[in-house]
Design a protein around this ligand. Structure first.
Ligand SMILES: Cc1cc2nc3c(=O)[nH]c(=O)nc-3n(C[C@H](O)[C@H](O)[C@H](O)COP(=O)(O)O)c2cc1C
Length: 322
């Protein structure tokens, strides 16, 4: 989710915070400011999306010193705290000792978080994003312990192991409740945020109940139903499909800075694929436009679709694009 999507989604309400995509740091390299600005142009706006929701930069890596120096830079540039990614399951990322592979090494986690804590001021949140473990969910306790001892303020728990991948049936929110309970018993009140498989308001209610967490994080569900956060917060009903299409057209105006000619077109296709879960009409729009390449053609096709949909002329539109 890049800054343009953050802009659109936060504008629909219900969000308290956005975490950026991860920034990979390695080889003792302090990344130049422009890399941070590319990832998070919000830094030019006091670290806030245009409608005022704070953003936090996420780092991915395993070298404590490298993580610390880049964390310090992100804070200096205006990030609202720092998040460390220990959940990414991608092979290429894990091979270079980043993301979920660190879940196997609580001592390394502890070293990394401690080094970051030394440079992240106490009034800025240091958070860590984890899965329950590599292949054994009961490892979550040792992992959480290492993070707490090292001085982090928040942990977001994606309630699956790395080996579970994204299997819906593998979600285990109750492990989050257990981890939270242990912290309470140890007198270590630390913010825990529950994550995974929240697609609807009912899912959010169930997740909160089972995980015993008030705070939740949504990922894919936020793309499938653009105003999901506002629905969960009780401030909106689900957007109509027509409003979603209008939003997709608005997305053309807030594209990534310096993006190439086909960027909008490929993003729309990706996004419609995500939306199928929540809006069956996404298929109706997707199939006829799936071969369109340029952003101009894509915009025109969607404008015509919107017009046809509103005026009950869908068959003519489909003939035009078949
Ligand atoms: C395409 C994709 C990219 C992701 N990128 C990140 C990332 O950069 N950092 C991160 O912490 N999690 C990332 N995640 C994981 C999500 O943050 C989230 O933990 C996961 O999708 C489960 O939550 P959900 O069911 O609400 O999507 C990504 C997930 C997907 C599907």
């Amino acid at each position: 989710m890049d800054h343009s999507v953050r802009d659109l989604l936060t504008n629909l309400g219900g969000y308290d915070l956005c975490i950026t995509e991860f920034l990979r740091v390695s080889n003792q390299q302090l990344l130049p400011p422009r890399t941070f600005y590319q990832l998070a142009p919000e830094l030019d706006n006091k670290g806030l999306t245009p409608c005022g929701v704070p953003i936090r930069i996420q780092l991915l890596g395993s070298q404590p010193e490298t993580l610390a120096m880049n964390a310090q830079r992100a804070i200096e540039l205006g990030s609202h705290g720092i998040d460390l990614n220990l959940g990414c399951p991608a092979k290429t990322v894990n091979k270079s000792k980043g993301g979920a592979v660190l879940l196997k090494e609580p001592q390394l986690i502890s070293n990394a978080v401690s080094a970051m804590r030394e440079v992240v001021p106490l009034d800025k949140t240091l958070s860590v994003k984890i899965r329950l473990g590599w292949d054994d969910p009961s490892c979550v306790h040792e992992i959480v312990d290492a993070i707490v001892q090292a001085g982090a303020d928040e942990i977001t728990i994606h309630a699956r192991t790395k080996e579970d991948g994204y299997k819906a049936e593998a979600i285990k929110w109750h492990y989050i409740a257990e981890a939270r309970q242990k912290l309470v018993e140890q007198g270590k009140p630390l913010s825990i945020i529950a994550n995974g498989e929240i697609w609807t308001k009912d899912d959010a209610i169930a997740c909160r109940k089972v995980s015993n967490c008030d705070d939740i994080m949504i990922g894919r569900g936020a793309l499938a139903t653009p105003n999901l956060a506002a629905i969960v917060a009780g401030i909106s009903e689900k957007m109509s499909w027509i409003d979603v299409v209008i939003m997709i057209l608005d997305y053309r105006k807030v594209q990534v800075i310096g993006s190439k000619g086909h960027h909008y077109s490929s993003r729309v296709k990706q996004w419609l694929t995500q939306m199928r879960q929540a809006y069956p009409e996404a298929n109706e729009l997707f199939f006829p436009i799936r071969r369109i390449k340029t952003s101009e053609d894509m915009q025109q096709a969607i404008e015509r679709y919107l017009d046809a949909k509103i005026n009950n002329k869908l068959t003519q539109w489909q003939q035009l694009y078949s």
